[in-house]
Write a new protein. Structure first.
Length: 329
């Protein structure tokens, strides 16, 4: 079998696995009560950054944290959408402290500018929620030449977190640690990390690229938490699977499934409010201080993930490769 044909079969297999996994998740959601967020403590004086906070899950996260008194900064690519979200929240809660700052995760320069702009405010940073993402987008490259899923879902957030780590550490203290929450997906379960082809140059598959980026994100989240705990830093890192939620993320599905999703979304998918519940729990719950704040969370509970997630050599190799790709020491 030729290499090209082998790649095609592999891509088809990954697509089939992803859709079967999606069907399994939908069936579980149909027969499982969605997690309801308990009453969370006030967040007065705390500062949070939420990427992709202008719509969907991110918007509901921003909205809830603003209602609890946190100062929330939406980082997003679409300025009009972000400013509209700020207006909606401020109209609903007159005392809300919410603002928008331009952030394009497909541009390393934009990430640097966003961090520089934030640090000029001289604010603490207590919560960083890496929520923005793309799914099944057509083949393309970011401004810096990275495959789009890898660049936006993983490397952009890696760089953002890396550049903000010092502020997160300075803002954390005993009993009130800073938190990094990475919004992931069950799709990581069928992803692989090929360090020799991290950028998907050999044979592109949107389905495989999405799964690979989510596994990379989970490996990063786990390694970051372990390193922070080992060094005694007052910061935790965890990953959250919000489930299948009725957002615009699914617009690139295979057309028949996209039509079915549009027709039955209200019956099959969770609402953005429901999807945001576990993200908010991971970010705000007093029960998740310190070491208990790590791990992988879904529907309000910590869950086991696939064996590669717990592979220390793979975590370290991916970490070092990512720093090299991003030009960081």
């Amino acid at each position: 079998m030729s290499a090209a044909r082998s790649h095609r079969w592999s891509n088809l297999l990954t697509a089939a696995q992803l859709y079967l996994l999606g069907l399994k998740v939908l069936l579980v959601q149909l027969f499982t009560r969605p997690f309801r967020l308990p009453v969370m403590p006030r967040q007065d004086g705390k500062v949070a950054i939420v990427t992709g906070g202008g719509k969907g899950i991110g918007f509901e996260v921003v909205r809830h944290m603003a209602r609890l008194g946190a100062h929330v900064i939406i980082g997003g690519r679409d300025e009009q959408e972000g400013l509209a979200a700020v207006r909606r929240i401020c109209e609903e809660y007159k005392q809300a402290k919410v603002e928008f700052k331009k952030l394009d995760l497909a541009s390393l320069q934009s990430v640097h500018h966003f961090v520089q702009s934030f640090k000029q405010l001289e604010l603490p940073l207590n919560i960083l929620i890496n929520n923005a993402g793309v799914m099944l987008v057509p083949e393309g490259r970011t401004e810096d030449g990275f495959e789009q899923h890898l660049g936006v879902n993983y490397l952009g957030h890696f760089l953002l977190t890396w550049l903000l780590l010092d502020t997160l550490k300075d803002s954390g203290k005993c009993g009130h640690i800073s938190r990094v929450v990475n919004v992931s997906s069950s799709a990581h379960r069928i992803g692989t990390v090929r360090l020799n082809d991290l950028n998907s140059c050999q044979c592109y598959s949107a389905h495989a690229a999405y799964c690979h980026s989510k596994l990379a994100q989970l490996l990063f989240s786990s390694h970051l938490h372990q390193e922070l705990q080992r060094r005694g830093s007052p910061v935790s890192s965890c990953a959250v699977d919000p489930g299948m939620v009725d957002t615009a993320l699914y617009r690139h599905l295979w057309m028949p499934l996209c039509l079915a999703q549009s027709a039955f979304a209200h019956l099959l998918l969770r609402t953005p409010v429901e999807g945001a519940a576990t993200v908010l729990y991971a970010a705000l719950s007093p029960a998740l201080e310190g070491e208990s704040g790590g791990g992988y969370w879904a529907n309000g509970c910590r869950e086991m993930t696939t064996p590669p997630t717990f592979d220390p050599p793979l975590q370290l190799s991916l970490w070092e490769t990512s720093l090299r790709l991003l030009g960081q020491q």
